[in-house]
Design a binder for this molecule. Structure first.
Ligand code: ATP
Ligand code: MG
Length: 328
């Protein structure tokens, strides 16, 4: 049986910005996203800069309030939470930040950084110490005792991100949002960190939202991929299937843009998306991808918004012509 941990139902998150004295404009950062994450499952959210990935992650963690829609966590509607319930949720849901250089307080020792959430949640000193040691072991900063009194500047980027992960694990969360967790780290440590996160997630059965602009990294680290474009999902499905056989023209272009290490394929023809990503202040009508889509008919695609339709088991795509394109 599917064990659903988090469910987003038609979630919209708009930011209202003032323009001049009297006008207010809505930035439609997330504009009707439905998605579910099971226990022990990683869902990767991929898309270009500005597509709304971070806002989706922050909304799922209740760091920003959704404008509309519902968020269900462990079967409970958490869209509007009392402060008591919010504390319960804060213990269970954590975030791994992008930048291990700015997200760790430079004046605190590694021990203080990792135990801070435990202090906030009222754990006693003995339990704090035990959990900090266990978390350091989990992220393979070994032997853990040698790291306790160090400061962030004494560690490498990869080690700092391990501290960030340890800090996230001490409360034993069941849901984690990892927003571009390896984009600021040396290329040489990226895969290592992703594999570490993958193994911890498996060990503790954590549900994970992995946010990245780099679809190539999802192969190490996700069960499902959700492709986001201008606040909406265009395609969602099992990772291996999407990476092997992308269906939506935008997903095809994202995967084609990944550099191919095989020298024989270096000169192959690539389908790249031309043009700029749309502004969330004024997204295109109809299908939001239509101004950049090689298959746009200039009619239906401009006028009608495509719905997400199930094209295959657990695979959904939002495109008016998907059957034609996929059948080619
Ligand atoms: N607090 C805010 N107030 C106003 N606009 C915002 C706010 N946060 C995000 N936005 C806007 O919402 C849109 C989506 O932003 P978001 O950061 O979610 O995108 P992203 O996909 O994470 O991009 P990136 O890959 O660059 O991190 C952007 O146009 C951004 O400028
Ligand atoms: Mg972001």
């Amino acid at each position: 049986m599917r064990d659903s941990l988090l469910e987003l139902q038609e979630v919209r998150t708009y930011f209202y910005v003032r323009k001049g004295l009297f006008k207010t404009l809505a930035v439609k950062a997330v504009d009707g996203v439905s998605l579910s994450i099971n226990r022990g499952e990683t869902v990767a959210i991929v898309g270009e800069s500005g597509s709304g990935k971070s806002t989706l992650g922050r909304t799922a963690l209740k760091l920003v309030e959704p404008t509309s829609g519902k968020i269900i966590f462990e079967g409970k509607d958490i869209t509007n939470l009392s402060s008591e319930d919010l504390k319960w949720f804060r213990r269970k849901a954590q975030m791994i930040f992008q930048d291990p250089y700015t997200s760790l307080n430079p004046f605190m020792t590694i021990k203080q950084i990792i135990e801070e959430p435990l202090v906030v949640h009222g754990f006693d000193a003995r339990e704090r110490e035990e959990r900090v040691i266990k978390a350091l072991e989990d992220v393979r900063l070994l032997p853990p005792e040698t790291f306790l009194s160090k400061y962030p500047h004494m560690l490498s980027g990869g080690q700092r991100q391990r501290v960030g992960i340890a800090r996230c694990l001490v409360l034993e969360p069941v849901f984690i949002v990892a927003d571009e967790p390896v984009s600021m780290i040396d290329a040489s440590s990226r895969v290592e960190i992703l594999l570490l996160m993958r193994s911890l997630q498996g060990k503790y059965g954590i549900g994970m939202m992995y946010i990245t602009h780099d679809i190539a990294t999802t192969k190490y680290f996700s069960d499902k991929i959700a492709v986001m474009y201008a606040g909406k999902l265009l395609e969602i499905g099992p990772s291996q299937r999407i990476l092997k056989e992308p269906l939506h023209p935008y997903t095809v272009a994202l995967i084609d843009a990944v550099p191919d290490p095989d020298p024989h394929n270096r000169f192959r023809l690539r389908r790249v998306v031309t043009g700029e990503p749309p502004s969330p202040l004024n997204p295109p009508s109809g299908c939001r991808f239509h101004p950049r889509c090689p298959y746009s008919d200039g009619m239906k695609c401009v006028k009608e918004e495509p719905e997400m339709i199930e094209v295959d088991m657990n695979r959904k795509v939002a495109c008016h012509y998907i059957e034609k394109i996929a059948g080619k």
